[in-house]
Design a protein around this ligand. Structure first.
Ligand SMILES: C[S@@+](CC[C@H](N)C(=O)[O-])C[C@H]1O[C@@H](n2cnc3c(N)ncnc32)[C@H](O)[C@@H]1O
Length: 234
């Protein structure tokens, strides 16, 4: 069950989405489409405003995904959380027993993770997805990507998804949670939903779809989402 926002909360969230959209627009126009994440986190920290996606709880869409696939797959130990934000999903995975590495392009986000979870077993790292260490290639039993692709400009997404998929070791799994749009639907404003054909590129990159779901998330307003679990061919 999703949280229902009262009108004041809803206005508050809309304002913060507008701030994030404005920062994204300016960064893209300046030719630095990845710079606004750090700007947003730093501004949130210094001015005490919230980051629109940071709910300070593990993503319910992730928890439900695990419930739905419960027992179907046997995951190995090493997990990687892409674009970990403030760390809630990484901590949740760690609580399940995974040995988690979590990274984000924003040093401020990573320092917040470290201060929120001082006794964490998660290894938090400041890193740009596009400059990942070579030894992450094919190194993880489970890679989780939730909500990062949808905040990357569409022209970077194919490269990003390919990069993310390369972290999975043969036989390992990639979990994906994202906003979804119809193939002919306009992309709209950030967060930009993915089209199914973008996700389906995984199938031509050596992945088998083991679970997928196109559903309406009952938050307000309702959001169409996709979540899936893909296995890399051994
Ligand atoms: C929409 S947020 C989602 C955060 C988190 N997954 C959550 O659900 O709360 C996307 C995150 O990806 C990070 N990010 C964006 N581009 C990145 C990149 N190239 N490399 C690593 N992290 C990136 C952002 O800083 C941000 O924390």
């Amino acid at each position: 069950m999703r949280k229902t926002l009262c009108p004041i909360e809803s206005t508050f969230m809309n304002n913060h989405r507008a701030t994030a959209r404005q920062l994204a627009q300016e960064a893209i126009a300046a030719g630095h489409p990845l710079e606004w994440f750090e700007q947003l986190y730093a501004q949130a920290l210094s001015e005490g405003v919230s980051v629109p996606w940071a709910d300070h709880v593990p993503n319910p869409n992730l928890i439900e995904l695990f419930q739905k696939i419960d027992g179907r797959f046997s995951f190995g130990q090493r997990a990687l959380k892409v674009g970990c934000g403030l760390g809630d999903d990484a901590e949740w995975l760690s609580g399940l027993g995974f040995d988690v590495t979590a990274f984000d392009i924003s040093p401020t986000a990573i320092s917040v993770c470290e201060s929120r979870f001082p006794n964490s077993k998660v290894m938090y790292i400041t890193r740009d997805l596009f400059q990942a260490p070579d030894n992450w290639s094919g190194a993880f039993d489970l890679v989780l990507e939730s909500y990062t692709l949808q905040v990357l400009p569409p022209e970077l997404r194919a490269k990003a998804l390919k990069q993310i998929s390369e972290f999975v070791l043969p036989g390992g799994y990639l979990m994906l949670i994202t906003r979804l749009r119809g193939d002919s639907e306009a992309i709209g404003s950030m967060p930009w939903p993915l089209a199914q054909r973008e996700i389906d590129t995984l199938k031509s990159q050596g992945f088998v779809e083991r679970y997928s779901e196109d559903y309406i998330d009952d938050e307000q307003p309702a959001v169409r989402r996709f979540r899936g679990c893909y296995q890399r061919e051994a």
